[in-house]
Design a protein around this ligand. Sequence first.
Ligand code: SF4
Length: 246
Amino acid sequence: MKIKLKVWRQTGPTAPGQFETYEVPDANPHMSFLELLDVLNEQLMKEGKDPVEFDYDCREGICGSCGVVVDGTAHGPQQRTACCQLHMRHYQDGDTIVVEPWRADAFPIIKDLVVDRAAFDRIIQAGGYVSVNTGNAPDANAILVDKHDADLAMDYATCIGCGACVAACPNASASLFTAAKISHLALLPQGDPERATRTRAMVDQMAAEGFGDCSNHAECEAVCPKGISISAIARMRREYVKALGR
Ligand code: SF4
């Protein structure tokens, strides 16, 4: 099948960018979207041109490395699907696909489709670590966790930190990411000793990084490849208010 690609090209953080149009004449329907970019890059390199820079790692939808806006939607049109798992069989022969980087002030463009998502790492770092000496690993099930809480914590723990939530949010807010991390740890007894300091530090770091605030658009939930619910954001707000009182 023949696929046309309109790809955002930008040589550096301060360089002006523009869309370039390319054609992949022999795309295979079983190819993933990232494999399509690989084929495009082989073509470009054969022509002596600069390949398109994009982020990827596991290509299994679990690492959070890849992330581009495909036809106006973070990770593309398939729900709960990271763009590494978006396959060409969902397209028709002759289709044009428009590809852009995540766009948010807190995620500056490095080159082409690659953005700097280190702001997420700094939010995680602000959360810190358990400061008390916890000794050896306890026996399994020594600390009982309510089944409902364990399941909910697991749901929030599935956040892969891709940043689609930021890219989709009209406020470029990192609330879903930060809330997923805070909620995951706040629900487990092991996370209790540092609960207030961790919540305050992560929320404050999110603001310091220049992410916008949440105004309940729920676009983040719609594009999240892991289907993380915005109920996490309500929980983060409750945790933050409680933490301020401590
Ligand atoms: S909440 Fe979803 S979209 Fe946002 S960073 Fe986590 S996995 Fe990505």
